[in-house]
Design a protein. Sequence first.
Length: 540
Amino acid sequence: MWAPLLILTPLWLAGIFLQGWLVFETRWLWVGVGASILIALFYWLVNRSSESLKRLPIMLPLCLLFVCAGALRYQMSLLPEGSESITYWAGDKDGVPELRVIGLIANDPIYSEKGGSFRLNTTQLFPPGGRSFGSVAGDIFVTFEEGVIVQPGDQVELSGQLRLPVEFTEDQFPYRDYLKRQGIYAVMYKPSVEVVATGQNFFLFRWLNTLRNNSLEIIRNFMPAREAGLLGGILLGEQRTLDPQLKQNFQITGSSHIIAISGANITIAVGAMMLLFQRLFRKRTALILSLAGVSGYVLLVGASPGVVRAGVMGGFAIVGLLLGREYLSLLGLAGTVFLMTLASPQVFYDIGFQLSCLATLGLILIAAPLQKYRWVQNLPPLYREGVVMGVAAELMTLPLVIFYFKQLALFSLPVGVVGLPALPMIMASGALLVIGGWLFAAWLPLLVNILGWLSWSFVVYLAEVVNFFAAIPFAAISVPQLHPVWLVIYYGLLAFGISYWRAMPDSPYRVNLNRLIRSPAVLPLLLGITGLVWLAIFFG
């Protein structure tokens, strides 16, 4: 089936990347958009009387259109020049004068032993002298002292020095560029913080934040402290109460994504949920339950942009795979990527976005076909779901994780194979605990305690698996900066391997190799997204 979106989405991403790298003049981009539209219109008028419109000639101007449109959209997302930009008021040297800023806290504050940090959406700025300048474009990364208690939606007034982020950290990490790609252009280190008003964000977000806090309180009340911290991290993304040693062990074994609400984590959970429901119910019922599970989980963890992004991708994968049409899953993934980069082109450079794309692609192209093999089907159902999800996610994301974090976890795959099958049960039993706490904590606490101990058993199993592998000498090896060419080689070989594997005579997805290569439904998306991710890493 012809799917232009699978071709045009990578070209749209190419336009975003090229504009960020080469910075074309805006007028020439408009010329490209106009010329491509005129060429496509001319070809359509000339050939409209023919029985069939040839696809290749009409696609060429559309390809040019999407490249230029992607570049234009990226250019439009940049900060305005002059005093309307937050960078105009920020300095990068000592002696920066103090000023006042009023804004809204945009995310859950991250607390540490010495204070914490949050992201501020600026609404008003007061330069030295006291007169209000009005709103400026660009968010601020703020750190604060111990004792400051704030929450999302609070309107706060900050007094301190507004600085540009350092360009590079001591280990040569491009910190300024990293923050810029997330829409953060300035920093304030430990300013004075005064809460002006609370509850200034959308009422639904306030309700969701309250629901999340109540869920965390239920978990803490009905489980031991260490296991409660781990369940809160897995189920709700809460990192503040996680045991420091256990958190370090997750990092050593390369399984930190399990305790963070990341795209890879949601994709694994969604895939396990989908495959489990498919075996218990009819296809339509499984589809409805899986989509309901995704929606409920996204709401439960707070519906942050990263979680919504991963949930949408997982939802598309569910629809396509349960309908038996891999094409729909790929088309849904391409559509999701296009819409998200249309809304915010900077998300293209976000690590979570890249991992979400690759993990979802692994779910579609690797995990589902693996389920068809007899030796996989002979595994216990619960274990089978965790194994195939873990293998698919690991194959698609491992080199990118090594590139960003400069650490090779030698036992990441064994931890995934042995420990990951517990993840669906942890999330399911944890959800039952939370729901049971809402309904029965006041008048039937014994039932909630039973649910707590049930969830505890799965959490302890995962924790002990991680602790066991982390205790092995040389479980993690620090590696030098991985050259981007190795990413190209890896993903190129992976694309070829997937194509060859799916074309084998005994493959559960018997496909003619030549037809597969010609098809726009698989390889262009795989090679396009992975190639553009590499280019963005290498040049961006």
